[in-house]
Design a protein around this ligand. Sequence first.
Ligand code: ZN
Length: 208
Amino acid sequence: MNLRLIKLNSPNSNIYLIDEDVLIDTGCGLEEEKEIFETKLKQCNSSFDKIKTIILTHCHFDHSNGTRFFKNAKIYIGWDDASALEDKDDNVMCSSYFDQEYSGRSDIHIKLKGSSVLPLKNDFTLYVIETPGHTHGGICLYDKRRKTLFTGDTLFDNTYGRVDLPGGDKEEMKNSLKKLEKIDFGIVYPGHGKVFERNQNTFKSLRI
Ligand SMILES: [Zn+2]
């Protein structure tokens, strides 16, 4: 399994490419960034058409609108964030925060729950962890074998995601972080910013 981070300009989310055909989050999907996005995929021997699976950590525009470029991909998202895409709910997706309207995919293949397990590759299985707080249906994805965690906008290096946006909830975030603290992981792949390693202060330093 080959994991690569594709970075576009801020405010795009981090985009994680697994091998040539799986993406975790897709960025803002802006027309003016289409070419550079495609170039970066090609550098990894992938392309818009090669992507078969997209898992979204949550519904926000800067993670989900990039789905518009991927016609052959099946879209996976947390159960409680799916309706935002299906209804093109720009309020819940915070599209106006980016001065945009949602133009991404609305056809969800599977709505994920806390019990969902995604056997994506022979040696790569992701376990879904429901982590509401930043959005109501936000999820983290746990690679048990490598002890790594894709955290979306729930956990960043030294901080956690905003809880003051539509669908956000401080108490839910608190509980989600407690849930993550109990999980055995080392490397964190967040939705923005740099990849980091968990240490003994990762959760202690979070004031919530
Ligand atoms: Zn977000």
